[in-house]
Design a protein around this ligand. Structure first.
Ligand code: PLP
Length: 486
């Protein structure tokens, strides 16, 4: 009886090999087919569920059938994030090397919550993150060989939450050790700019500080936080008996890729230090990768002032989602804020105090071997290979920016520093919206939008984020053809 007719689970090693090779072929063919596909999905709400049975199958089905349905049912609902015409949101690069690293991690199937549950899972992660400190030009305070160190979180959102919890504990002298929500906690305030990612507000809600305690500081015309207004707000909060506990600076904002002045922010923070210095977190989610190139090191300017700093290799660096690299200057505060040790996790390595247990650096207990895919990518590409990719994207973006500057009907909302171009139509929002719809209807390019005020009237912005691994100049030319039509 053939495997196509019936299936006996679980797969044996031989069948796994056969289906595994077929799936790798499927992925490679999919990637090769991307330039000929439309970026957008071709489905309507509910259409995919309609094609799925109401209940799970009682009898196992053959793998061939499952793969067939991947094509027939799933693919129409896929937006092709790896497409060369992908200019929306941010790059979400999933290189072949990282896919293989992910596969190796799943194959090993280890849990790395403690050093002792798979020492290599912890040590490779610590080591590769130390590599990144050097590679990005980050300050030595983030090295594991000193008081700090790096950890892989799933996302920048989790990094922000973890940083906020540590800030809360520092500000309340580790109150959650005992009483939980306290009067002190109710007096804590946090600060970020109106360009910061929405995950900061979400973290405030999850960490129990509340959305209202987050002070949204207006940004200037370049998208940077107004530090004069930060100072004013902190001064008035302190005068009201509140305690400034947490600031998030963003280096490479989501909307228009603005850069906060981290050093100036730290200077303001120093003037408003309560009994404990407030925690400064830097979110460099997309742009952090650019710091691999010495000429773009402005991305890490002021990192020495930060208690924590994070970026997403799962955006512009070609490591598939999820992979956020977070660095802290003082790991003991983070560990104290998040550590709980039940009897069943006790072990002699932990008790010796000589190992890192990453469960104390994150929200969940369990953790997978994320460092493998990062290691695979860093080793196969080499830093020079990554720099070449970044420089290519930035130069394509700068060439597009030059075309916009010379345009009679479009303008740049801000001067682009890296790979994200923020464009508006001279005739206003309605024309910007129409242009965006026209571009996205072509199927060969996909752009997204934001609103940005800066020092002017709030306006709609068409964002072109250039960073897909497969994007070449011909794809920028195609996009430009649409943008330049009046
Ligand atoms: N921070 C910034 C500046 C971003 O641009 C994004 C983008 O989505 C995020 C955070 C959220 O990243 P994640 O999905 O890793 O939480």
């Amino acid at each position: 009886m053939s495997d196509a007719e019936t299936h006996s689970a679980p797969l044996d090693a031989e069948s796994f090999r056969r289906h595994g090779y077929a799936l790798i072929d499927w992925i490679a063919q999919y990637r090769e087919s991307l330039p000929t596909r439309s970026v957008q999905h071709t489905t309507t709400p509910g259409a995919i569920r309609e094609r799925l049975p109401a209940t799970a199958p009682e009898q196992g089905e053959s793998f061939e059938t499952v793969l067939r349905d991947l094509d027939a049912i799933v693919m129409p609902g896929i937006v092709h994030w790896q497409h060369p015409g992908w200019f929306a949101y941010f790059p979400a690069n999933s290189s072949y090397e990282s896919i293989l690293g992910e596969l190796a991690s799943a194959g090993l199937g280890v849990q790395g919550m403690l050093w002792s549950t798979s020492p290599a899972c912890t040590e490779l992660e610590t080591h590769v993150l130390d590599w990144l400190v050097h590679a990005l030009g980050l300050p030595a305070q983030f090295l594991s060989t000193g008081s700090g160190g790096g950890v892989l979180q799933d996302t920048a959102s989790s990094a922000a939450l973890v940083a906020l919890v540590a800030a809360r504990e520092r500000a309340t002298n580790f109150a959650s050790d005992a009483r939980g929500l306290s009067d002190t906690q109710a007096r804590l305030t946090a600060y970020t700019s109106d360009q910061a990612h929405s995950s900061i507000e979400k973290s405030m809600r999850i960490a129990g500080l509340g959305k209202e305690a987050l002070r949204i500081i207006p940004s200037d015309a370049s998208g940077a936080m107004r530090t004069d207004l930060l100072h004013e707000r902190m001064a008035s909060d302190r005068a009201s008996g509140l305690q400034c506990a947490f600031v998030t600076a963003t280096t490479g904002t989501t909307g228009i890729n603005g850069f906060d002045d981290v050093r100036a922010i730290r200077e303001v923070c120093r003037r408003h230090t309560h009994t404990q210095p407030l925690w400064l977190h830097v979110d460099a989610a997309m742009s952090g990768t650019a710091a691999l190139c010495p000429e773009f090191r402005f991305v890490v300017d002021g990192a020495e002032c930060a208690d924590s700093w994070c970026f997403n290799p799962h955006k512009w660096m070609p490591v598939n989602f999820d992979c956020d690299a977070m660095f802290v200057a003082n790991r003991s505060e983070l560990v104290r804020a998040l550590s709980v040790l039940p009897e069943y996790l006790r072990n002699s390595a932990t008790e010796s105090g000589s190992v890192i247990d990453y469960r104390d650096w994150q929200i969940p207990l369990g953790r997978r071997f994320r460092a493998l895919k990062l290691w695979f990518v860093l080793r196969s590409w080499g830093l020079e290979g990554l720099r070449k990719m970044i420089r290519e994207h930035v130069s394509m973006a700068q060439e597009l920016a030059a075309r916009i500057r010379a345009s009679t009907h479009l303008h740049l909302v801000v001067e682009p520093k890296l790979n994200l171009i923020a464009i508006a139509h001279n005739d206003g929002d309605t024309s910007t919206e129409a242009l965006m719809q026209r571009v996205n209807a072509t199927g060969h390019s996909f752009v997204s939008h934001c609103r940005f005020a800066g020092s002017e009237q709030d306006r709609l912005v068409l964002r072109v984020s250039i960073g897909s691994l497969s994007t070449k100049r011909e794809h920028i030319d195609l996009l430009w053809r649409e943008l330049s039509l009046r």
